[in-house]
Design a protein around this ligand. Sequence first.
Ligand code: CDP
Length: 783
Amino acid sequence: MSMDVTETQPLGKAIKRKEDPRFIRGQGRYLDDIVLPHMLYMALVRSPYAHARIKSIRTEAAYTVKGVKAVLTGEDLAAMNLAWMPTLAGDQQMVLATGKVLFQYQEVAAVVAETREAAEDGVSRVEVEYEPLTPVIDPYFALTAEAPILREDRAQKSNHIFHWEVGDKEGTDAALAASPVVVKEQIRMPRVHPAPLEPCGCIADYQKSTGKLTWYVTSQAPHAHRTVLAMVSGLPEHMIHVVSPDIGGGFGNKVPVYPGYVCAVVMSIKLGQPIKWIETRTENLATTNFARDYHMTAEIGATEDGHVTALKVTTLADHGAFDAAADPSKFPAGLFSIVTGSYRFPVAFAEVDGVYTNKAPGGVAYRCSFRVTEASFLIERVMNTLAYRLNLDPVELRRRNFIASEEFPYQSPLGWTYDSGNYAKTLDTALAMVDYPKLRREQQKRREKGELVGIGISTFTEIVGAGPSHTFDILGIKMFDSCEIRIHPTGKVIARLGARHQGQGHETTFAQLIAQELGLSAADVLIEEGDTDTAPYGLGTYASRSTPTAGGAAALAARRVRKKAQQIAAHLLEVSQEDVQWDGTRFFAKGLSSRSVTMADVALAAYTNLPEGMEPGLEATYYYDPPNLTFPNGAYIAVVSIDRGTGQVHVERFVAVDDCGTVINPMVVEGQIHGGLTEGFGIAFMQEIAFDSDGNNLAPNFMDYLVPTAVETPHWETGRTVTPSPHHPIGAKGVGESPNVGSPAAFVNAVIDALAPYGVTNLEIPLFPWKIWDVLKQHGLTR
Ligand code: CDP
């Protein structure tokens, strides 16, 4: 049941989202709603080839289009030393191509005109002569001696980008050699795209008279973008004002800086007019950061009675033409080292090699904390293989290997200190929701009737809240987060955060959190994010980090305010500070509960009636550097049946039990779970950014890259356990990404369970009906 926004003590209550009235009335203010006086529009010329040498670019004809104002090429940018820009991964990326193009749809020139249509017409008149070169599509081929070297700008003459490893290689090899049982599986997580409904874009508005650039941009990390822009452009940082307006979904896609952004800024400075650039759907799917594309091999050693002894993981990561992953600096493979999952592996080793191919750049954390989805998918899939090999129920195998609740804080063999969890309880809750023994009996009966029915389990552990400054930075900037709280004289509050929500409900949940700490209602607290001129510096919203980092900052800033409020309360109550107590909604004199003042009374006094010598006002800022990450977990169970006539998989039930510690708003959390499960469903069954052998992108639109609609989406059943994070100020862990991380393996494990009696142990996602149909045909199961 949802609660009224005016209730006090709002933490943990299902308060309706404060932002929804404007969204459902169509009154959100998204980038394309912003129209500035004298604004011009920009469109980009893009390469039809995946790999080609540029022989010439002729721009004259574009100027003959009515309304075209300017054309920009890579050579123009090179003259300004801006032809290349740094990526967040420490690589460099072409802004506009010079010399060669390295992926289909790569940015080659920019055309600015009075209307969007004229800009597009101008684009069609730019003549580019290409000499096609052999494209490199297969990442394994890319590493061979025969493969052409793609990146001529690098001193290193190979397509290899990085090697990263963690753990004990010799110890793992020895343990595997000594293990009575070893299973080995190759698991590919194909290239997918975050595909936010609103594509990326910006308006660059440079005022020549003041020297100030206002940059409206679809940004998940406005402060980080301001700093990057200052570094790239040479503009002083205080003269760059980044405004991130309402955002129609980000999912990691709106963390990097894209070439179109840089071109729009350059054009605005050059022309002295605002420049708007917004991607088309195809530009978004084909050029902005993709996700996954991990080719993984895992070996698990175990005893005959199903206790794991070792894990070894080898991975090839296809990053496309430029390494534009948006990982913390020290983590080229993100937080992939969570790959030991929920299980007590005595020893483990993981390695990842990054490679260049002729595909769009990226490797972004699509609704996951930097490669956690890949890690989780791998371990949950291969644990399943082990269960079949041992002829053990996958539930029983997991139980035997779970890290026990009394073992936390748990030191994983790949270097993490898991903060808390109760994995057995989370799994038991999910099993009770489906009545697991009954479900297995029913499956048996249906199998006897010739039905293909499967039950898939995924018991994942996430790692979110990057992160503690001793380990986490992006381009050297430590990954803390921040909150500034100001109480006005009448007891109403504005709170500004360095985070930037894209639909996650921060305007409600952070208002609840702060209101709880200050004894107010969520209605009294206005949350503002996304404006670098007003918000304190923060690293932004992605990787489920907002609650663990900015949420911590909000609680601690509120406590700082309360500390001062207590001094003012003592003055109002005419007692000493030590004799003032706080009961969650008011201050009262110890032993005399009838004498009390509220936060609103204190706020008024902060501006009208202060103790002698006290600084006026009631506000505080807190920069929170978390001591550790948080480790949410979940137990997901999928029940599927396969249509033997079509190969279509029907998800009959899906139960998701999540543990994200203290819950701020159960309705918002449930919404996050529903959304992430829907995306996980799409990844498991419908989506792949695939390429043909010439490097043509085969899914650059929503006809070929399928996004689940309400029609296909299964019914989700959710449950919860609560194991508070011991180090977070309110015990909360992040949750936004758990369902995307945990669900793909549950779906696939269910499909494999349906086909396991016929010897199927591994299938590559996405599980398109035609792919399943082929498997059915091979096993004589079609009808
Ligand atoms: O960083 P991002 O906002 O994407 O992810 P998050 O920190 O997991 O939060 C997603 C939404 O769920 C936010 O509105 C959170 O405040 C809310 N949430 C919650 O109510 N309780 C939790 N324990 C975790 C998140």
